[in-house]
Design a protein around this ligand. Structure first.
Ligand code: IMP
Ligand code: MG
Length: 178
């Protein structure tokens, strides 16, 4: 894996595809145990989580549903601090065991704003599964129930994560070179 240049920035290899998939497989097995017989509803947050959600859902072998919503707060490599709901929830979550799937928790703003809105709809349970968490960047508290990788506070790219819309199709995760 070589360095990648995108617009004005360079990114270096960080998490190889095989490691990402291994962690996702472990998470899938854990969810299969924790949610056996519960028919959970996974809610994946677009755009960033589409690849994580697809690979994780293939590891889920229990009866489960998945749906998608679109929230956004990022422009370029910085959070704008505003969370916009671009595509809303079309599924009734009342009395359901809900698992949110998110690519990354950075400031925590997105989920910190969104989770209370979901709680208002009275799910039976509400848990959060993330691929990546940047603990040093988190300012808005979010309870994370499942996390594949805890990473330093550096911008990352690939495996669904973008830099101004590009780079989502990269199979590995790259880190901004400073
Ligand atoms: P938060 O609201 O600050 O936690 O940011 C959450 C959203 O910002 C994530 O769902 C991502 O879409 C985006 N994001 C945060 N950090 C990164 C990054 O390092 N690379 C690409 N996107 C990111
Ligand atoms: Mg996202």
């Amino acid at each position: 894996m070589a360095t990648i240049k995108l617009f004005d920035k360079s990114f270096e290899p960080y998490l190889p595809e095989a490691l990402i998939l291994e962690k996702i497989k472990e998470l899938g097995q854990l969810l299969n145990q924790d949610y056996a017989g519960k028919k959970p509803l996974f809610i994946a947050i677009l755009n960033g989580s589409f690849m994580f959600a697809a690979d994780l859902f293939k590891e889920v072998t229990i009866e489960a549903e998945i749906c998608f919503i679109k929230l956004a707060s990022y422009k370029g490599t910085k959070s704008t601090g505003h969370v916009i709901t671009a595509i809303g929830l079309d599924t009734d979550i009342t009395d359901r065991d809900v698992v949110i799937l998110e690519d990354i928790i950075d400031t925590g703003k997105t989920l910190n704003e969104f989770l209370p809105q979901l709680r208002n709809q009275h799910p039976k349970s509400l848990k959060v599964a993330v691929l990546l968490h940047k603990p040093d960047a988190t300012v808005f508290p979010v309870d994370i129930d499942y996390c594949c990788f805890s990473i330093p506070n550096k911008f990352v790219l690939g495996y669904g994560l973008d830099y101004d819309g590009f780079g989502r199709n990269i199979r590995e995760i790259y880190q901004l070179q400073e």
